[in-house]
Design a protein around this ligand. Structure first.
Ligand SMILES: [Zn+2]
Length: 91
């Protein structure tokens, strides 16, 4: 079942602090970003991702917009579908 619960301000702030106010995908610092960073779902709600803080990441508008609801993409070199970078699992 998909949840419609909003992420609380306290959880948002905890995610922001855990990420040291940097995008967890490209490591841009928020203070140098033209737009505020947003808390996004690593596995989107549309793909049964939950609101647990382990599934939340801080992302700049560029990374969040490019990723959107995807969890995989075609590697242009191998032309195979591969999982996208996962800030909790991947280094
Ligand atoms: Zn980014």
């Amino acid at each position: 079942m998909m949840t419609t619960r909003r992420i609380s301000p306290a959880v948002r702030q905890a995610v922001r602090q855990r990420a040291s106010f940097c995008c967890e995908y490209c490591y841009s610092q928020e203070k140098y970003c033209p737009d505020p960073l947003s808390v996004e779902h690593i596995v989107p709600r549309a793909s049964a991702g939950c609101d647990d803080d382990a599934n939340l990441a801080l992302a700049c508008q560029g990374c969040n917009g490019r990723k959107h609801v995807a969890v995989s993409a075609i590697d242009p070199v191998t032309e195979r579908e591969v999982p996208l970078y996962h800030p909790r699992r991947d280094v």
